[in-house]
Each structure stands twice: as structure tokens, then as C-alpha cells.
Design a protein around this ligand. Sequence first.
Ligand SMILES: [Zn+2]
Length: 302
Amino acid sequence: MVTGFAQMARGSKRGDDSKKKSVNGVVGLNNLGNTCFMNSSIQCLSNTIPLTDYFLNHDYKHEINKNNEFGTGGALVLAYAELMKEAWLGSRSVVSPKDFKRKLARFAPRFAGTRQHDAQEFLSFLLDGIHEDLNLVIKKPYIEDIEGDGTNDEKVSMKSWQNYLMRNKSIIVDIFQGQLKCTLKCKVCSNLVVKFDPFMYLSLPLSNETKTLDDCLKLFCEEESLTGDNQWYCPKCKKTCGCNYAHGFVDFTSYFDSSSQEVQTGFKVWSLFEEQTTYTSQIKGLGLGYICFSTNFVITCL
Ligand SMILES: [Zn+2]
């Protein structure tokens, strides 16, 4: 049996079509038991063009961090790269991820058998593994979390991202990771605590009214009241009390400033505590990612 979004999209017929010429990654992946969770995840990643382009057209091998204790010494990323080359540069329209799965299981034995697994769990392991195998940071420094008070968002956001990049720097960060603004507001003294956290996945809420991804993202950003067991200890009024909590997406953008002839970084936050706020930063060279959430929640490549 062959699975694959691209394969299904072009309406493949049953039978052995493995000898037909492949067209730029339009390939099926053999199901190795119950590996739909793995194959569907790989198809999504394979069609994430900036990542596949990186493996097909760039010298990724010199970025492999063989001594990272959190990685696999490069084994996982090499296995994934080989699979991508077979899918995109090979001549078969059906490829087998058997070798990739065997190598994967060496580092994650839970994926060794033919049982079903959660696709998100697999994707999380794979992206984390590729990130650590390609992490350009050789020695991760200890860095304390920082937080702001709502008056210095731009500075705290940029500093938080700089701190994160001091421990994590890879193509996975560039493509898949962003920054969330998390705001807590004390209901007793109105103290505001703002933190900027990196994220790679979002668990989005659903309701009877949510019909599109935009609806889910807007619901995710809605202010909520934390009470009961979720009450918060306010460091200002020294009370454990209810608070309002909200998320916002940070949108980094880069543009060329003709007056200074330099690349500058812009900064926007979308949240419900405030209308869209736009800042312009003089901080340069942050190496910010390709993918951000724009204010209307369309994913944009910068
Ligand atoms: Zn307070």
C-alpha cells in the first residue's frame, strides 16, 4: 500500500507504479505496517520547500553538530536527507522509508515496531532531532529568563530572541520557530508581566464557532481569566490572585533602509490587550526566521 498526499492528489491507480519517473518529490511512501503517522508527517515536511531546498541544494553536512549530547551525532539528519534525495532526485515514484525508519528507531525505540503512533509526537521528535543535529551552537550557555512590564516590549522581545539564539541556531529555528508574547495582568494591582517565549508547535483551542484556522488562532489569542487552581502569585502585591492572560504573536520583519543602507528589523505584536503595535528596531543581525505570523494570520515567508 502506498500513502502520500501528492500521490493521492494526482489520483494514483492501484498497482506497481514504482518504475514511473518521479516529478520533483511527487512520490508515495511505502507503508511499513502502520506507519501512516510517519509517512503523512514526512510528506508534510517534504513539501515544506525551504527545508527540502536546504537538503537538496546546500552543503548541510558541514553544519552537522556531531558532539551535541541532545542530538544523534548526525545520524538522524543524514537518514532524513537521504530520504529526501530519493524522493526528489530519484527516478521512482514510490520510495521506501525503511532505512530511515530503522535508523530512527535506534534513537527512538518506541518507533521500532509496526504499531500506530501519534503523528504530532513523531513530528515533534523528528524536528527536535534534526534541529539538535544541525544546531550550530557547540556549547549552550546558561541564560536566565527575562520578562518585561509592558513598557519595554521591543527590547525584551529582541533580547529574549537573542538569548534563545545563543542556545539554538539551525535551519529548523529559521523555518519553523517563532515567538509568542505572553501577558499576565494582576486583577488586584494591575501589575503587568510580559514574557516572550519561542514556539514551534501550537495547541489550538476549538469551539462550536471555530470553522477555520484563523478562528482557532483568534480564539487562542483571546484574553482569558485564570482562577481557582490556575491563580497566579503576583510578585508586586505579593498575593495569589486571579489574573488575565493573553497570547500574542510577534512578527519580525526585515527590510532594507535606504537612508542607512542597512537591513533593519521591524517588530509587531498582535494581541487583544492592545491594538496592533508596530515598532522599528535598530538591532541588526538577529538572523530571524523565514516564517512569521502576520497580523491577519497568513503565514508569510520573508
Ligand atoms: Zn498584583
